[in-house]
Design a protein around this ligand. Structure first.
Ligand SMILES: *[C@@H]1O[C@H](CO)[C@@H](O)[C@H](O)[C@H]1NC(C)=O
Ligand SMILES: *[C@@H]1O[C@H](CO)[C@@H](O)[C@H](O)[C@H]1NC(C)=O
Length: 805
């Protein structure tokens, strides 16, 4: 029988893996952190021990153990060095006296397998995924199973005092803030720690296997047995089952249990045959968002954030309306208010109604309250927070009102909460650029400036569209000046930060475009030509030759261009440089090869529903960045499918942002702008109303509808009676519950009816005539992502005022 298996193994793993290593590694053997250094494989070839190159940095490696037979590289162990990464060229050596020693190319020690007692004879990469150091009698001196990181494998146990520690993120292996511990009293717990210290907060999960009154039932060991069962073994031999793997064959499947970076301890299985994927089996706790109630800690998500359960009992995090991520790259991090709030700041403002309230149903931050009012009414709760300069949020539930101050912690979102959260938000949505001192000047002063200018502009609004659009540009120009000014006032140093823009000589661009030969497109601002940069090894560029005759100084032009150049987002077309040759002003952009969204959507082939929803989210994220996340707010003023480009992977990128001010430079060109813009402009352009970033939200709503239906917003020729104006027709369909008509019975879309309904609702909210009813782009993104609920929208144009173009 044994021979048979041996033969089978030989057949399955011919030569290389099997014969080469046999799972055993002699003292003196080394591994090096390079691209092609083969790892040490276990006898069966299931596991590998070696250097894993980190995806985001080609020169960083992680000494780790992973599954060698499945394409999805899954790491089950790594060194707990700080940082855990080793630079390229680092060497791992199996030594006689100290076991494994990892040194960098300069010879400095980065990590070693500690407490190895006795003389090392060899190491073994076992078929269970355990790397074992043994002496010549094959006695274990050290093993990775005794020094786990975030994962446990079948046959691995955790004794009292043992700890699993999460990583920072899926791909960053530095120590994260979650722990699984088998406490000395026998209780298995999950808790957060307050980094950079190891201070453990109160557990958010406990198995209840502590000593209590009877030490015989206390937990002794956490066991992951070879058939995939996971349980706490009690002192008396009983067990407290966490997860049973009985339903899944352990002969045909790998098992692993990982404390994920977001705090959930999850068991997965994966077919050994190589194909397939990791499938969820069991996780604790049941609902991390609800059970997390930690005094002194932020919660699952960061401070001021909201946690919502998604698939596989994992949490997703989002900032509430009016708040945004402190670190835009860390979705699980803390949020900050996008406005200044405080008793002192409020006093400085003469305005009565400085704040408004946004309501989120079924959200709560269970800690951080400073006042509890009872019995109370919902409306009074809202009022009470609004009038209280300490109050950031009030929660109302069952006749009780809790007023809360910043920072909020342990935020969660759950349909069973039955609560109403009133979030206080500054109405003027006045935001400060990053890193500035909000106290140096009363915010109200600048708000006034802005108002005055808008009113001046709005008063001039006449009936002619021509005049309107010119004014639209003028108002955007005004904004531009204000933000420009604001940036100057608030910049800690007086200089605007320089961007990496290149200043091109005119001649170089003339040559790159072969004398402006190949035209890519024409827009309101100028003609775009394709070009190739000879100096940068053939980089393809799009050169926009601006129409207008220069009226501003070189310095002004450069300042404007720098504002655009400072934007960096994957859903924005990147500006590479510019040329300021007096009469010839050109902007040089990255070239996107798949053309415009308009061509993509209204062409012969309809893009799939999945592609379309992806595009909508891309655009929303790009706009969110322009409105809230770049150093000075940019209102686009001209969102339409012609201004959205697609890269080679069909990701959407917004173009022409920041150019609104240039539109007015030569008024004869505005005619083209009207044609392009018709159907996308928000009604406040035509009314005596202030212009805010909500104009972009309106245009986005129209584009979103176009994406949903794959048709143009205004279609006079092919449209059936009553269907010419998409926004009107869409609302009719929505009201009548006939969304299938709206998407022309497209099967692809109707299969995903829930998302369709969500997207239509979001678009209806965006095209509300009343700008204050429209959500901001952050909320739009959250709604599209399904993080916040989308309530049924009211009729977008309740006043039924006809706008004549
Ligand atoms: C991982 O995160 C830590 C802490 O946030 C950071 O210092 C480190 O640079 C990150 N490592 C990588 C490889 O990105
Ligand atoms: C694993 O644990 C389960 C549950 O305690 C038990 O039924 C099973 O026999 C165990 N398997 C092995 C191989 O010990």
């Amino acid at each position: 029988m044994v021979m048979f298996y041996g033969l089978l193994l030989l057949l399955l793993f011919p030569n290389s893996a099997f014969c080469q290593t046999n799972g055993s590694v002699k003292v003196g053997t080394t591994l090096s952190a390079t691209d092609d250094s083969p790892p040490w494989l276990s006898a069966s070839g299931d596991f590998a021990f070696g250097f894993h190159q980190l995806g985001n940095n080609k020169d960083l490696f992680l000494l780790s153990i992973w599954y060698a037979n499945i394409p999805d590289k899954t790491i089950v162990w790594y060194t707990k060095a700080n940082p855990p990464t080793a630079p390229r060229g680092s060497i791992l050596n199996l030594t006689v006296d100290r076991g494994l020693v990892l040194t960098n190319p300069q010879g400095q020690e980065l990590w070693k397998s500690d407490s190895v007692l006795g003389d090392v004879s060899h190491g073994v990469m076992s078929d269970e995924g355990n790397f074992i150091i043994e002496n010549s009698n094959s006695e274990k001196l050290w093993e990775t199973f005794d020094h786990p990181t975030d994962t446990m494998l079948p046959t691995q146990t955790l004794d009292r005092g043992g700890v699993l520690s999460s990583r920072q993120t899926e791909t960053n292996f530095s120590k994260g803030r979650f722990q699984l511990r088998l406490q000395q009293d026998g209780n298995l717990v999950l808790n957060t720690i307050n980094l950079p210290t190891d201070f453990a907060n109160r557990p958010y999960y406990a198995s209840g296997t502590d000593e209590g009154t009877d030490s015989s039932t206390a937990g002794k060991q956490l066991v992951f047995n070879e058939t995939g069962n996971m349980y706490v073994l009690r002192a008396n031999g009983g067990s407290y089952i966490l997860a049973g793997g009985d339903l899944v064959s352990s002969r045909n499947n790998y098992f692993r249990a990982i404390l994920s970076f977001d705090g959930v301890f999850t068991q997965y299985y994966h077919p050994k045959s190589g194909n397939g994927k990791w499938t969820f089996l069991k996780a604790i706790p049941d609902d991390i968002c609800l059970t997390m109630r930690v005094e002194g800690g932020a919660g699952v998500c960061g401070h001021n954030s909201l946690c919502k359960l998604k698939e596989e009992q994992r949490p997703s995090c989002g900032c509430p309306i009016g708040y945004s991520l402190i670190d835009p790259n860390d979705d699980y991090g803390s949020c900050k208010a996008d406005f200044i709030q405080g008793c002192e700041e409020d006093e400085l403002s003469s305005k009565e109604d400085l704040y408004g309230v946004e309501e989120i149903i079924n959200a709560d931050w269970p800690m951080s309250d400073y006042a509890q009012l009872k019995p109370f009414e919902g409306e009074n709760c809202k009022e009470s927070c609004l009038k209280d300069c300490l109050c950031a949020v009030a929660i109302f539930r069952d006749g009780t009102c809790w007023k809360k101050k910043l920072p909020l912690s342990n935020g969660r979102f759950n349909n069973n909460l039955n609560s109403r959260a009133f979030i206080k938000i500054r109405k003027d949505s006045f935001t400060f650029p990053n890193g500035t001192n909000g106290h140096s000047q009363a915010p109200s002063n600048k708000t006034k400036n802005q108002d005055t200018l808008i009113r001046a502009g709005a008063a001039l609004l006449g009936t002619s569209v021509f005049v309107n659009v010119v004014l639209a540009a003028a108002v955007c120009f005004g904004f531009f000046l204000i933000y420009q000014k604001k940036r100057k006032t608030f910049s800690p140093s007086q200089n605007t930060p320089e961007s990496n823009l290149r200043c091109f000589p005119y001649k170089e661009l003339e040559e790159a475009t072969n004398g402006f030969e190949e035209e890519l497109g024409r827009g309101a601002f100028g003609i775009v030509y394709k070009g190739t940069l000879q100096t940068s090894s053939g980089v393809v560029i799009a050169v926009k030759k601006l129409h207008f005759v220069a009226q501003e100084t070189e310095k002004e032009f450069r300042n404007e261009v720098n504002v655009i150049g400072q934007t960096h987002h994957k859903n924005l077309v990147r500006l590479i440089g510019y040329c300021d040759g007096g009469q010839n002003r050109l902007l040089v952009y990255e070239h996107l090869q798949n053309g415009t969204l308009a061509n993509f959507m209204f062409g012969d082939l309809k893009p799939s529903w999945k592609q379309r929803t992806g595009l909508a989210l891309d655009i929303a994220k790009g706009l969110l960045y322009l409105h809230e996340e770049c150093s000075s707010q940019i209102i686009h003023c001209d969102i339409k499918p012609q201004n959205i480009l697609l890269d080679e992977y069909n990701n959407a990128k917004i173009s022409d942002f920041g150019l609104a001010k240039l539109l007015m430079m030569n008024q004869s060109q505005t005619n083209t702008a009207i044609r392009g813009t018709k159907g996308y402009v928000a009604p406040e352009w035509f009314r005596n109303m202030p212009i805010t970033s909500k104009v972009d939200v309106y245009s986005f709503g129209v584009v979103l509808l176009e994406i949903i239906c794959c048709r143009k917003s205004v279609d006079m020729e092919n449209g059936e009676e009553g269907r010419e104006i998409l926004t009107d027709w869409a609302y009719d369909c929505f009201r009548e519950g006939s969304l299938d008509v709206l998407v022309d019975y497209e099967a692809d879309v109707l299969d995903d009816k829930k998302k369709l309904e969500t997207y239509v609702r979001v678009s209806m909210w965006c095209i509300q005539e009343n700008p204050s009813l429209r959500p901001n782009m952050r909320k739009v993104v959250q709604m599209l992502e399904g993080v916040v609920e989308v309530h049924a929208p009211p009729c977008p144009s309740p006043y039924s005022i006809t706008i004549t173009y």
